[in-house]
Write a new protein. Structure first.
Length: 256
């Protein structure tokens, strides 16, 4: 299987930060990926100043390693750069979550940094949002996000991304993935709520049907930039909740 990940820019927009689609990204890669199972986080170890001075290197590669060297990047302003829909040479020898040779199955993000932990506030905010958005599209959990230093083999081969506590980072990603805009009403731990009686597949069917009626066939993903995070969608989300009640009642053969 050879997969070009066509939804990268759409996922990037869910961060609410500007997205720069680098020309040719849809067809760029060392062939397609085998699957999309997770995300590897990197730093560029580039110049100390500038928005994204490593752009050319990430896109085109080095004399010893042809580009693309990542699928996405994050500039110092929080801007997300989309480089390649196909396979990027970013992880090298690596293992994580039962997978090896992660280039074939994990997306790579190269965030601009001199490699000294010199992250801007915008990057600190955007980085977990971007990872959460990508995992949201993959339908994968926060444990599928790793630092290059965590997955690179042998251990100690890599140090990036310097200055990011990956335990706290994954906790932030998990929080974003849990229910960023309260799309599904949170329920009491004692009662369990009406959705607890349904399977995951049934819950997803109900949610997508409600989203489709409100936002179009693609649901929240077509609701606009930053769809998962922008506060102006809260009114629409409340309407989704009402639709969920109505659809569930129909499934039970009842009238609301």
């Amino acid at each position: 299987m050879s997969l070009m990940v066509a939804w990268l820019a759409d996922a990037a927009r869910l961060t609410g930060y500007p997205v720069a689609e680098v020309s040719g990204w849809r067809n760029r890669g060392h062939g397609g990926m085998t699957a999309v199972e997770g995300v590897v986080c990197h730093h560029t170890a580039g110049p100390r100043t500038g928005e994204y001075p490593s752009l050319q290197v990430v896109r085109d590669g080095r004399s010893d390693l042809p580009g693309p060297l990542a699928n996405l990047g994050i500039g110092r302003s929080g801007t997300v750069y989309v480089f390649a829909a196909g396979l990027a040479y970013h992880a090298g020898a690596s293992t994580w979550a039962g997978f090896s040779d992660l280039n074939y199955r994990f997306l790579g993000i190269e965030a601009e940094s001199a490699g000294t932990g010199d992250w801007t506030p915008e990057q600190v905010d955007c980085y977990p949002r971007l990872v959460a958005a990508l995992l949201y599209y993959m339908r994968r959990n926060a444990d599928r996000a790793c630092a290059h230093r965590e997955c690179a083999t042998p251990k100690g081969r890599k140090i990036d991304p310097t200055g990011i506590d990956m335990g706290a980072f994954r906790a932030r990603v998990a929080d974003l993935l849990a229910d960023p805009l309260h799309r599904i009403p949170r329920t009491s731990t004692t009662s369990g709520g009406f959705l607890m009686a349904l399977s995951d597949a049934q819950q997803q069917t109900i949610l997508e049907a409600a989203q489709s009626q409100l936002f179009g066939k693609a649901g929240v993903r077509n609701a606009g930039e930053g769809a998962l995070y922008l506060a102006d969608l809260r009114d629409k989300v409340e309407a989704v909740e009402d639709k969920l009640d109505a659809i569930l009642a129909k499934l039970d053969g009842k009238a609301v």
